[in-house]
Ligand binder design. Structure first.
Ligand code: MN
Length: 216
């Protein structure tokens, strides 16, 4: 009888541990947009938001949640996964991080120029905001194939423009991402077809410099 009781207790304990473990596995969720899907028009159409956010980003989130259970990445922050992973986990984690930052850096009331410490750092690095914009667009236009152009900072706050292939992010080389323009065709093809430079130049009109400044 005692043995049976002990066995039952062990069985119950084991089951609860399994349940707890399952509940504790972190799931990445699709971020909420800080604007309605049509509010960035005409710079980014509702159609592009519906596909880019609703389909592409959702797929990266789903893929990541399917890939990480049982790996050392399952309870890691996204930036750390990007810094330490490779292969499919790196690609999907990178794209979740990229798009989370991308979609939260725009506002229907955006545009204008950066202010405060970020403005000072941009001016001291590139001479003026206009020079920075030119170099940023040149980098984004010149990136061959799919990828991202980022304004990033290092541990000392020093700014640089980085070109990232495919799903990479400045976090992969120890930098902090500040502002990112997506140059994958899915980001602009419905609205601008092949005219990537036109799309990149239009994005300045919706950049939310308050949100971006907080990342610096
Ligand atoms: Mn994208």
């Amino acid at each position: 009888m005692l043995t049976l009781c002990l066995s039952l207790i062990l069985l119950i304990t084991d089951n609860s541990q399994i349940t707890d473990k399952k509940e504790n596995v972190m799931k990445f969720e699709l971020i909420q947009l800080p604007y309605a899907a049509n509010e960035l028009e005409p710079v980014i159409s509702k159609s592009t938001i519906d596909f880019h956010y609703g389909k592409h980003l959702q797929t990266y989130v789903n893929n990541l949640n399917n890939l990480i259970p049982g790996t050392k990445f399952e309870n890691m922050p996204l930036e750390q996964i990007v810094a330490e992973s490779d292969g499919a986990i790196f690609n999907n984690a990178g794209q979740v991080l990229n798009h989370n930052l991308y979609f939260t850096q725009f506002s229907p009331k955006g545009g204008g120029v950066p202010t405060g410490k970020l403005a000072e750092a941009i001016n001291s690095t590139w001479g003026s905001f206009e020079n920075f914009q030119k170099e940023f667009i040149t980098a984004g236009t010149g990136l061959f194939g799919s990828g991202w152009v980022w304004l990033a900072k290092d541990k000392n706050g020093k700014l640089s423009i980085t070109k990232e292939a495919n799903g990479s992010n400045p976090a992969a080389h120890g930098l902090t991402p500040i502002l990112g323009f997506d140059v994958w065709e899915h980001a602009y093809y419905l609205d601008y077809q092949n005219r990537r430079p036109d799309h990149l130049n239009a994005l300045w009109k919706i950049v939310d410099w308050d949100a971006v400044g907080k990342r610096y």
